[in-house]
Design a binder for this molecule. Structure first.
Ligand code: AGP
Length: 615
């Protein structure tokens, strides 16, 4: 997720663009840059790694003028957050500039084709290929800029919002979108572009949303939209009713609520491009197939929510590869003498990539000779830098302290690592791996369906907001979900909450059951795990008989789950190993709603930090 701003009009473009980037910094902040076409028709570019303050310093040292320009704040996907990888990216003649939000899945093929034709690349990004491809099209089509952009869009696979400048067309900007947001701001004698309306809301509240596979040309007099073939199409007009703060949160009261809604995209973007033919391809794998084949033990090390993703990944990895998997809190792992060697793969899960305990666990593992694969949401962070291989999730920046979309993205990622291990070891054949990937690829739509039916959860949350405690029960992959639900309630509503394996009830926790106590039960699938489903029905009967207020998260159509349930929250029926991607969602909503009912700041819970870089 990156922030993009474009402007054509009478104002100094630099001011409009930089101010817009500041509004969009929550979308990405590991580097930023601007490109402005000067009065002399020359492209003026400034770009710097780090926060926008660094760009400000770069700009302050320059005189940049012009009324057509664009800017970008980056959330790195391909290529570390450095000056050279910052956007905009230019062609070899500094005629074309491009900023990009998304992932171009076929960029390696395109890059190889361009390099074979003599193009020299200045960055490691996927985005730079677009600048060179547009330049090549301009040379081919005689300089028709919009047509050149459309021709390039037809060659790209993946997700992209592209905003492009051509110094030969100083009064216009050409932009395109596929699977990534782009809106046009319609002013009087000036026109804007933005990843979202926060980019230009202080200048105009009249906007037009671009549809899938569309290209827009903006000038100070307005805009024209076509599809990728050049056929004119109409954009979707709307009036922006939000204030600036709401615009940054997409109209939600809190970033976390917005991020819960972004989970289908977070999982889809994390999966995107990792199945090539019938083979799983990880990111900067740096572990060859033989090394993966030699793995005879896996440790997963992580903290908090990431640890829960590891517990889910364990089930998948052991089931698909028959390799034993231990999941440990990084703070415990690093202070003991684990039995590790060259055949041990340590998977370190961390959305920030900076968590001190997880980082030290990685160092501890490497000192013992193990190989380390990081699963991380932050490109270029310390943990992936110190690992042998990395799998980047693509959830985009997560502003809310409580992890939501990064958690679901971590689950998808660790399951893909499981498939990659199974592929390397041959415990699953190509068609089986492709089949599992295809099942996983259906899940974002099921998460979206789950989000459409959690309204009842909000009412229930308000009803139990004054409870003194809530228990969470689960079995198999439902147990880590129960732990995650309890953690969310602790960190957001400051309420005592505890997750248990349901099979442990009779070994003590059932003594906690008393009249009216809310108990959330994450129900196994009656199809996927019928025996566990039966056991859980007994658990529900036992606690209901002792007065518990049973809140059952059940697969749609599971009529038996209703027998002793005070409340049933239905989620789509999905394969058991992927069910945490849907059963977690109502628990996130429950915790966020209870926190709001209690009057707490959902984005900034007390005592907590987004990244725990100290022990
Ligand atoms: C989860 O909501 C918390 N924010 C916390 O438990 C978090 O998951 C943990 O600190 C690990 O952070 P990391 O993924 O950045 O390593």
């Amino acid at each position: 997720m990156c922030g993009i701003v474009g402007y054509v009009g009478p104002r100094p473009a630099l001011e409009v663009v930089v101010e817009g980037l500041r509004r969009l910094e929550y979308r990405g902040y590991d580097s930023s840059g601007v490109a402005i076409i000067g009065p002399d028709g020359v492209l003026q570019v400034a770009k710097k790694a780090g926060r926008i303050e660094n760009l400000d310093k770069e700009i302050a040292a320059r005189t940049i003028a012009g009324s057509t320009g664009m800017g970008h704040t980056r959330w790195a996907t391909h290529g570390a957050p450095t000056d050279r990888n910052a956007h905009p990216h230019l062609d070899a003649q500094d005629r074309v500039a491009v900023v990009h939000n998304g992932i171009i899945e076929n960029f390696m093929v395109l890059r190889a084709e361009l390099e074979a034709s003599g193009v020299e690349f200045a960055s490691e990004t996927d985005s730079e290929v677009v600048a060179h491809l547009i330049a090549a099209e301009l040379a081919r089509n005689g300089g028709d800029f919009p047509d050149a952009v459309r021709a390039v869009c037809r060659r790209l696979d993946g997700a992209f919002t592209l905003v492009t400048l051509d110094t030969s067309c100083p009064g216009s900007i050409v932009a395109a979108r596929r699977n990534s947001p782009l809106v046009v701001g319609v002013g009087k004698g000036e026109t804007f572009l933005g990843s979202d309306v926060a980019a230009f809301i202080e200048f105009t509240r009249d906007a037009v949303e671009l549809g899938q596979d569309q290209v827009v040309v903006i000038t100070r007099d307005g805009y024209e939209i076509t599809d990728f073939t050049g056929e004119p199409v109409n954009g979707k007009h709307f009036h922006i009713d939000w204030d600036l703060s709401a615009a940054e949160k997409g109209g939600y009261d809190y970033f976390m609520l917005k991020e819960i809604e972004e989970q289908p995209a977070a999982v889809a973007d994390t999966l995107r491009g990792h199945l090539v033919g019938a083979r799983i391809v990880l990111d900067e794998q740096r572990l060859d197939n033989q090394e993966l084949r030699d793995v005879d033990k896996v440790f997963v090390v992580a903290c908090g929510t990431a640890y829960h993703a590891g517990l889910i990944g364990k089930q998948a990895i052991e089931h698909w590869t028959r390799i034993p998997v231990e999941v440990e809190m990084a703070s415990e792992f690093r202070y003991r003498d684990p039995v590790l060697n060259r055949q041990t793969l340590v998977v370190a899960i961390s959305q920030s990539g900076e968590t001190a305990d997880t980082l030290e666990a990685v160092r501890h593992a490497r000192q013992q000779g193990a190989r380390v694969l990081a699963i991380c949401n932050t490109n270029g962070a310390q943990i992936p830098r110190e690992s042998d291989a990395v799998f980047y999730t693509h959830a985009g920046p997560e502003i809310g302290v409580a992890a939501t979309k990064t958690f679901l993205a971590q689950i998808a990622a660790v399951e893909l690592v499981g498939l990659a291990l199974a592929q390397a070891r041959g415990t699953k054949w190509g068609d089986e791996i492709a089949g599992e990937f295809e099942e996983l690829a259906k899940i974002p739509a099921e998460i979206a369906r789950t989000l459409d039916c959690v309204q009842d959860v909000r009412a229930l949350a308000r009803d139990i907001a004054s409870s003194k405690a809530v228990l969470f029960l689960g079995r198999h992959v439902g147990f880590p979900v129960a732990l995650e639900g309890a953690l969310k309630l602790k960190e957001l509503a400051y309420m005592h909450a505890e997750g248990f394996p349901a099979g442990e009830l009779k070994h003590g926790p059932i003594a906690l059951i008393e009249d009216g106590l809310p108990v959330v039960v994450v129900m196994p699938s009656p199809r996927g795990r019928p025996l566990l489903h039966q056991k859980m029905l007994s658990n529900i009967a036992e606690i209901a008989a002792r007065g518990a207020r049973t809140i059952v998260i059940a697969e749609e159509g599971d009529t038996a789950a209703r027998i002793h349930a005070a409340h049933v929250v239905e989620v789509p029926a999905v394969p058991t190993l992927y069910s945490p991607l849907v059963t977690t969602v109502p628990l996130q909503v429950l915790a966020a709603e209870i926190a709001q009912a209690r009057g707490y700041d959902v984005d900034k819970p007390r005592n907590l930090a987004k990244s725990v870089t100290v022990e």
